[in-house]
Ligand binder design. Structure first.
Ligand SMILES: NC(=O)C1=CN([C@@H]2O[C@H](COP(=O)(O)OP(=O)(O)OC[C@H]3O[C@@H](n4cnc5c(N)ncnc54)[C@H](O)[C@@H]3O)[C@@H](O)[C@H]2O)C=CC1
Ligand SMILES: O=C(O)[C@@H]1CCC=N1
Length: 269
């Protein structure tokens, strides 16, 4: 299989890094990236071919569009004349298959994917949506590619991809934000940087593993930690007073709204 990435930034790196550790490591991967330093780094780190120019992607089976949403229109218009039967995978937040297909001059073998950065350790999760022009074989190819770097969740309603963006696409940043806060608290309580890191990270890892292996919902697992009149109750009460849960819910809604807005704004052109 030959896979070309257009854009070799954070998310493309994460997927390539994950792929290199899987059965798909023998796939021929090339990356079109404007930035020479990033090209060199991708070549050194992952042994992939890189180029500055778009036409080199033409003979690929899969073309992954991994540029910013704002850069997608111009690239797609340029790409349109080179397409015959390649599968287009777009990971751009907000951009609908309809807008993309218009820029691609009606080409619609498009799978819209929302991955996340834990793909680099095969612990990602991706939402996928197939446009009408995608064959069963291409759907399987998309599934193979993304399931090599984590879990996959196919949706039938394209608007759900904006919702996936708000939960798992942006989600790693919410988790890192919480880890940052817990580490800072550990520093303030007298631990050094390394101790603060270990305490916070292992708490996250252990609690996530417990939640994923337990039949109990998160709320019940939380109740099991929370002794009446004890320490956790004080902490949770403080979080409730600061409306932390509501803030997290609102934040995810803000991300979904932004994905939708980006799509609306950029599809005007
Ligand atoms: N970073 C993340 O966690 C996630 C990002 N995404 C989506 O992935 C896409 C890429 O995001 P990032 O990797 O974070 O951005 P990034 O800015 O790190 O990477 C984009 C890359 O595209 C390159 N580029 C721009 N124009 C180009 C052109 N004409 N030809 C070749 N290369 C070009 C840039 O030099 C840059 O390295 C975005 O559309 C974003 O919505 C989706 C899921 C998660
Ligand atoms: O922040 C962004 O727009 C991208 C999409 C999901 C994660 N990063």
């Amino acid at each position: 299989m030959k896979i070309s990435f257009i854009g070799g930034g954070n998310m493309a790196r994460a997927i390539i890094s994950g792929l290199k550790k899987t059965a798909l490591s023998r796939a021929e991967i090339n990356v079109v990236e404007l930035d020479a330093a990033k090209r060199l780094q991708l070549e050194d780190e992952f042994g992939v071919q890189t180029t500055e120019h778009l036409p080199s992607v033409v003979d690929a089976d899969i073309i992954v569009l991994a540029v910013k949403p704002q850069q997608l229109r111009d690239i797609s218009i340029f790409l349109a004349s080179f397409l015959n039967e390649q599968l287009i995978i777009s990971i751009a937040a907000g951009i609908s298959c309809q807008a993309l297909s218009r820029w691609l001059n009606g080409y619609n073998a498009i799978v819209r994917v929302m991955p996340n950065t834990p793909a680099q350790i095969q612990a990602g999760i991706s939402g996928l949506y197939a446009a009408e022009g995608v064959s069963i074989e291409q759907r399987e190819q998309a599934n193979l590619l993304l399931s090599a770097v984590g879990s996959t969740l196919w949706v039938d309603d394209e608007s759900k991809i904006d919702a996936v963006t708000a939960i798992s696409g942006s989600g790693p940043a919410y988790v890192f934000y919480f880890i940052e806060a817990l580490e800072q608290a550990a520093l303030e309580l007298g631990f050094d940087q390394e101790q603060a890191r270990v305490l916070s990270l292992q708490t996250f890892l252990g609690a996530s593993q417990l939640a994923s292996q337990s039949a109990s919902p998160a709320a019940e697992l939380r109740a099991q930690v929370t002794s009446k009149g004890g320490t956790t109750a004080s902490a949770i009460q403080s979080m409730e007073q600061a409306t932390i849960k509501q803030s997290i819910i609102q934040a995810a809604h803000a991300a979904a709204t932004r994905a939708h807005e980006l799509g609306e704004q950029l599809a005007k052109d």
